[in-house]
Structure formats: structure tokens, C-alpha cells
Design a protein around this ligand. Structure first.
Ligand code: FAD
Length: 276
């Protein structure tokens, strides 16, 4: 089974460039998007049970590649970073278009695993868009692995007030919550795994690589146009604003007596207000 885990590098503290309305991405303050670590954990759990080739795929600035060896140390077999100045400013549609081309370029997948949402953009659109572009069924909000075989995967979807159990055949795409039950969170591998990880190269894919397959005409036969970068993005972030919390005046109650009296007075005032 070929599994691709889509891993996004996100800023530890979100700051915006007000001129371009984009997230400021500095190399020193980046981390793996939390939900994506569970996408990777799920991929590795399936590899443990069935045997699978796990590919870690990211798109971002060249320094995004630096987080990939950690995925190899946990057990990923192949590492790809899609990076090209032409991809800068991509919205979710363009991001999904680029990732779908990359997945086709590296040989396709039986199972694609994404996070439910990235903590910087927070749209949660990339996974479902990617599923459409790869022509795969999509299960979102996966928070529990029920069972998996060579033919099917059964998962629990966590909704606001209930669980839903779904099953899908392969190929399919799942988006994972910040936590997936039924799997062990991967620990650093054995010395042998770590040695092997050091030998796994990070392959960078550029616009040229993703379009070169198709004689430069950007058509891979899927019928979808290849869109990327700001020019190819149908949406624009017009404005960003920081939500300022208004601090509420607190009341310090220093003894049970004064606390009880203050609460009794508050209740009396509410009852008085409500009295006809
Ligand atoms: P999500 O859709 O939340 O990501 C879900 C999952 O997809 C991730 O967990 C990961 O598994 C995978 N994934 C996503 N990006 C990557 C990647 N680069 N590499 C590997 N895997 C990945 N774009 C819009 O189209 N509409 C908007 O309304 C919009 N609003 C934005 C608002 C702000 C303030 C900012 C800064 C950006 C906004 N964008 C918007 C742009 C959007 O953030 C980017 O397109 C981003 O790269 C992908 O969207 P996301 O972060 O919301 O990802």
C-alpha cells in the first residue's frame, strides 16, 4: 500500500504581513502542524499493521524540507518537499492543485492522509479539494481508527455531538483531527531506523518537475488545469485584523464570607432586574 501523508509547516506564533495579507514565515519559528503529526502517526500505524510505503510530502519555502528527516526517523520511507517561488501566495485551491500534481508525479497513492486543518490558514479546505482533484472519496474529521485491511479502512469521525463510523475502499483520502484513537503515537525508531533515516534523501520538486512530465503544457491528462501561485489562486485575503480581547474587570474575593456576600448581592441584583 502506498500512503502519502501531507505535512504542513506552520509558524509557532502567527504574524501577518499587513501589506500582502500573508503569514510571515521565518525559518527559526516553525513547527509541524499538530493535526498533521496524527496524519503521519496514522500512516505509520497502518504501515506497522499491513506493511506500506509511507511518503511524507510538504509544500512550502525551501526550509520546510528541514522537518522531513524527523518523519523519516519515525518511519517514513520517502521525503518530498514541493518548493518553487512560483508557488508563493497560493490559496487553498492552488495548494491542492500543486499537491495533487506532486502526488501524481511521485507515483500516486492508495491512501492520502491530511490534517483536518492547519493552524495558520485554518480553512480545512485543502484535504477535501485534494480528494476531488485526485478523484478519491474523502472522510473528514477522522479521530479513531476502527480497522484497516488491504481492501478497506474503517474510521470514526468525530462530530460536535456524536461519532460516526465510516468505511471506505482504497484509494481514499482522510483528514485527521488533533488526536486519533486506536493507534500508538510513533516513538523515535530503533538505531537501525535512525541510520536508515539518515540515508533517505529529501527530494525537492519544482514547478519544472511538476510541469515537465507533461511537456510543459501543464496538462497531466486529468482534465484539471494546473493552477498555482497568487496568479492562479481564485481567492484573495483582502484584509486581516487582530482580534483584541477586552480585559474584564475582575473582583478579588479574599475570604469565604466576602465571597458569599458578593455572590448573594450579585444574585439579588439579577433577581431585582428580572422582577416584573
Ligand atoms: P488547511 O486546508 O487548513 O490544511 C488542511 C491540511 O491540508 C493540513 O493539515 C495538511 O495536511 C494539508 N496541507 C495544507 N497545506 C499544505 C502544505 N503546504 N503542504 C502539505 N500539506 C498541506 N486561502 C483560501 O483559499 N481561502 C481563504 O479564505 C483563505 N484565508 C486565509 C486567511 C489568512 C489569514 C491566511 C494567512 C491565509 C489564507 N488562505 C486562504 C491561504 C491559505 O492559508 C493557504 O492556501 C494555505 O497554504 C492552505 O490553506 P490552510 O492553511 O487553510 O490549510
Amino acid at each position: 500500500m502506498r500512503i502519502v501523508a501531507c505535512l504542513k509547516q506552520v509558524p509557532e506564533d502567527a504574524r501577518f504581513d499587513r501589506a500582502s495579507n500573508t503569514v510571515v514565515r521565518e525559518e527559526r519559528k516553525q513547527m509541524l502542524n499538530p493535526a498533521d503529526s496524527y496524519a503521519l502517526a496514522l500512516a505509520l500505524a497502518i504501515k506497522d499493521r499491513l506493511g506500506a510505503e509511507v511518503t511524507a510530502l510538504t509544500m512550502g519555502k525551501p526550509f520546510a524540507a528541514k522537518m522531513l528527516p524527523a518523519a523519516a526517523a519515525l518511519g517514513a520511507d520517502r521525503l518530498f518537499c514541493v518548493s518553487d517561488p512560483a508557488f508563493g501566495g497560493s490559496d487553498t485551491f492552488a495548494t491542492a492543485s500543486i499537491l495533487s500534481r506532486a502526488i501524481r508525479h511521485i507515483g500516486g497513492a492508495d491512501l492520502v492522509l491530511c490534517g483536518r486543518r492547519a493552524i495558520d490558514g485554518e480553512t480545512g479546505q485543502v484535504g477535501p479539494e485534494l480528494a476531488v482533484m485526485l478523484d478519491m472519496p474523502c472522510l473528514t474529521n477522522v479521530a479513531r481508527l476502527e480497522s484497516v485491511s488491504e481492501a478497506r479502512i474503517e474510521c470514526g469521525r468525530l462530530l460536535e455531538d456524536r461519532w460516526e463510523i465510516h468505511s471506505a475502499g482504497f484509494p481514499c483520502l482522510l483528514t485527521c483531527c488533533d488526536g486519533v484513537e486506536g493507534i500508538a503515537y510513533p516513538r523515535m525508531g530503533s538505531i537501525a531506523t535512525m541510520r536508515r533515516a539518515l540515508e533517505i534523501p529529501v527530494t525537492t520538486l519544482s514547478l519544472h518537475d511538476l510541469s515537465g512530465d507533461f511537456e510543459g503544457n501543464l496538462d497531466d491528462g486529468s482534465g484539471d488545469a494546473f493552477v498555482f501561485g497568487r496568479q492562479g489562486s481564485p481567492t484573495r485575503v483582502r484584509k486581516t485584523a487582530v482580534h483584541e480581547e477586552q480585559p474584564r474587570a475582575g473582583v478579588l474575593l479574599t475570604s469565604p464570607e466576602s465571597g458569599a456576600a458578593a455572590i448573594a448581592e450579585a444574585v439579588r441584583l439579577v433577581l431585582e432586574e428580572q422582577a416584573p
